[in-house]
Ligand binder design. Sequence first.
Ligand code: APR
Length: 168
Amino acid sequence: MVAIEVILGDITRLDVDALVNAANESLLGGGGVDGAIHRAAGPRLAKAGAALAPCPPGEAIATPGFDLDPPVRHIIHTVGPVWEGGRNGEAEVLASCYRNAIQTADEFGAETIAFPAIATGVYGFPADKAARIAVRTLRETPTEVAKIFLVAFDQETHDQLTAALTER
Ligand code: APR
């Protein structure tokens, strides 16, 4: 089974083969982790995104990492669901984000990949529910990726991801 590790920090500083972005359908950038990745990758990222957009919720689209330092070969953009109370298929869309992103990483032969807590910020997905969906989906999706980092930007998210990873 693939190794999964929870870390606390800024995803744009990680030395991995692929970095997952919690994007919006335009792929032009935004706030949150999307904004941080676009700032770190530079203006070529928005140009590349514009040429590949729109990215429907649950889908994954890859671009180069451009100016990210440490250099990252691929940014895998995925669009999470906006939380609307949980009865509108949000859990399935979020699971698709994780599944499609890791399958895209496999297409590139990525050995390491880092995920932010997709949809748990601006999109309002409850962090505890999202953490369980992330861990369950990544555990059940066959992959050649050797190591997955689940990156929390705050202690609460870190604790939710750790709890999801350790619960049976
Ligand atoms: N590194 C790692 N995680 C980060 C970083 C960072 N530098 N910056 C923010 N995060 C965390 C947030 O704290 C949150 O836990 O990423 C998680 C996802 O939150 P958002 O970035 O708000 O993403 P999301 O909820 O999926 O909303 C996406 O917000 O920024 C816009 O363009 C984006 O429209 C899209 C929407």
